[in-house]
Design a protein around this ligand. Sequence first.
Ligand SMILES: *Cc1c(COP(=O)(O)O)cnc(C)c1O
Length: 395
Amino acid sequence: MSGAGAGGALGWLPGALAGLEEKGLRRELEPLGSMQGPVVELGGQRLVNLCSNDYLGLAAHPRVLAAAAEAARAEGAGAGASRLVCGDLPVHRRLEERLARLKGKEAALLFSSGYHANAGVPAALTGKDDAIFSDVLNHASIVDGCRVSFARTVRYRHRDLDELSDLLAASRARRKLVVTDAVFSMDGDAAPLAGLVELCERHGAMLYVDEAHATGLLGARGGGLCEELGLSDRVDVVMGTLGKALGSFGAVVAGSRLLCDWLVSRARTFVFTTALPPAACGAALAALDVLEDEPERRARVAALGARMKAGLERLGFPMGEVVAPIFPVVLGDERRALRASSLLRERGYLVRAIRPPTVPAGTSRLRITLSAAHAPEQVDGVLAALREVLELVPG
Ligand SMILES: *Cc1c(COP(=O)(O)O)cnc(C)c1O
């Protein structure tokens, strides 16, 4: 036995894991027995899948799958190196052009994931004399990106423009960067983008918007929240993921040509990692085609979302702020959320309990997400099951 045995250097692990277990904070992997879809197989059970971010049902779309295979055949299974060394493939360029257009920006640069983009871009835009202003509910990858920068990070209350205005006015930083989720991943609500744009312009601050849950969903063409509000020109840096509504993997940062040129030299999570595999890029390109050719997918998930929202509100959960197919059913206590999740599962519905540190302490919740591939009956079904379950897990 190596380190994990009693007295080994990893001897602290059993106790630490037991501590997580006791607090209802232990996380465990569970292998799926099927492809991503509205129904998945898990532990030998078929479950309605209400926790994927595959909002448009594109991860299993035949055109997307075929394009992934074709890109691998044409350009290889792996890129072989970072973009800067010898991994800069034609499919990367094609995808960047498409994504720049989707985002209404001059240029775009691919990152290996949304996590990589958020972990690397804030540090590339700031230094020790600078300040980053970050919404307290921003995604963990943004929190980490702020942490690895040399800038001072100031967190402002969720969507609080007044507080942010005061903080920006008081800051003596050389450069200021405001960072926000466009749609908050665990609440489904939107950033007050028009107000943020105005504040940033007034204070000469750069604005970075993470459109992970808006890309493919919001805006006339699925460009995201910036497109929906007509603010694409006034947001300096727009990030979007390819792994959610686009059903693939990877991420994009869009902005001016100069911004992208700078990131190519200075974003460490771009420079020091292998370029995206062609299959992921081919899949994303096909997903963008499907987004254009099958607009009914977006309409369908919107209609299902309206049905879910109304149903949850009837159960007493306010959903007024939700703008994406993400529905937070806040139950408070970690174990209550876990218990509700497991009772829903007994009834055939896969809904995950989201606990700290993903969400603030005391706001553990069920996070229900929808896809265009769901049927209205599945929405009604989970609402009925939830009604039963809530009686079994009193607050
Ligand atoms: C999922 C998510 C990310 C990370 O994107 P990946 O491509 O999955 O690494 C970043 N930001 C937000 C808001 C997210 O929800």
